[in-house]
Design a protein around this ligand. Structure first.
Ligand SMILES: *[C@@H]1O[C@H](CO)[C@@H](O)[C@H](O)[C@H]1NC(C)=O
Ligand SMILES: *[C@@H]1O[C@H](CO)[C@@H](O)[C@H](O)[C@H]1NC(C)=O
Ligand SMILES: *[C@@H]1O[C@H](CO)[C@@H](O)[C@H](O)[C@H]1NC(C)=O
Ligand SMILES: *[C@@H]1O[C@H](CO)[C@@H](O)[C@H](O)[C@H]1NC(C)=O
Length: 290
């Protein structure tokens, strides 16, 4: 009995919301309890669970997730599993019943819209604590997508989330400062790596559809050009040349000088190019077949 009361107390201690939106979809601070709102279309795994998001936030997320698919998903030269991981991340951000545990709101500020430097907007200041494991795993499923590789700010897990936090200024009216720590931080289990296989299929008049475990459709596999884990491990781009093995490397180099070094370099470059062509051929074949 005592344990149950303790658990209930613990549940209520943790289960508080940090923000919600007003009737104009502007973010406002709150400390209300999570509520069951039924089906959460953008985050199916939160359906019929106590959540901090509202119906109108669910609708906004569906819209935002379409542009997320277009930038990080298969359609945008990316990988749908990266897209799915990011959707789950933003679902927890918006809907998690533990929101107040990993998020602090510190008032409002006027700042320049990063997407339009001549526009000043009032934003809610948010500090978001993210578990480092989440940051690394989500990042590694996304880092080869063409969008992430084009934006240099997203070259590291920290930059990846900071960049997206800054983008929320225009979209969500929030400025999100991302910090990383192990406890009291945004965390969820079972992040798929980008070469994960679909877990179930459905069929309708338009054909077969592939799905992950979280209710998101996967529109295709993520090949080597969008997912590092899909590159065959036996196709290593660089192979150390065999002749120097077992010899005293420096001695040989000293004796034969730059001639060997030069021919070695040319051989390595040739090998790399050959491997690259093989790889891109393989990718093309895969895409044609798939
Ligand atoms: C919320 O926190 C509790 C206690 O730490 C945990 O058991 C639960 O899984 C968390 N819920 C979500 C959706 O992360
Ligand atoms: C932001 O600017 C508007 C218009 O100038 C002003 O009404 C508002 O109080 C400012 N907000 C803050 C937090 O400074
Ligand atoms: C940028 O903001 C200014 C001022 O609000 C506005 O007049 C202009 O149309 C905006 N530009 C774009 C590209 O949205
Ligand atoms: C994915 O699963 C299907 C059947 O469930 C199997 O035929 C296919 O080989 C798997 N692909 C990979 C890359 O594991």
């Amino acid at each position: 009995m005592k344990i149950q009361i303790f658990l209930i107390l613990l549940y209520y201690c943790y289960s508080r919301c940090a923000f919600t939106v007003d009737e104009n979809d502007k973010p406002i601070e709150t400390d209300r309890d999570p509520e069951i709102i039924g089906t959460v279309e953008a985050c199916p795994f939160f359906s019929d669970q106590p959540v901090c998001c509202t119906r109108s936030q669910d609708r906004s997320m569906i819209k935002d997730f379409k542009s997320l698919d277009a930038t990080f998903g298969n359609d945008g030269g990316g990988c749908d599993i990266c897209g799915s991981n990011m959707k789950r991340f933003w679902c927890h951000y918006t809907c998690s019943p533990n929101q107040s545990e990993f998020m602090k709101i510190s008032g409002r500020q006027n700042m320049t819209d990063p997407l339009n430097s001549s526009k000043i907007i009032e934003v809610q200041m948010v500090t978001l604590e993210v578990h480092p494991q989440i940051a690394c795993e989500v990042f590694s499923s996304c880092k080869r997508t063409s969008f992430a590789t084009q934006v240099s700010a997203m070259a590291s897990p920290g930059g990846f989330f900071t960049f997206q936090g800054e983008q929320a200024v225009g979209e969500g009216g929030q400025y999100i400062k991302v910090e990383f720590q192990e406890s009291n931080s945004l965390y969820f289990e079972d992040i798929w790596s980008c070469n994960h296989n679909y877990s179930r299929t459905t069929e309708d008049e338009t054909g077969i559809h592939y799905w992950d475990d979280f209710g998101y459709e996967l529109h295709g596999e993520c090949g080597c050009n969008t997912c590092e884990n899909s590159c065959q491990s036996d196709k290593i781009l660089y192979e150390p040349p065999g002749i120097l093995y077992g010899f005293e490397g420096t001695y040989i180099l000293f004796a034969w000088g730059w001639a060997i070094l030069l021919s070695l370099a040319i051989t390595i470059i040739r090998r790399c190019q050959q491997k690259k062509f093989e790889l891109s051929d393989l990718e093309e074949q895969k895409q044609i077949l798939g």
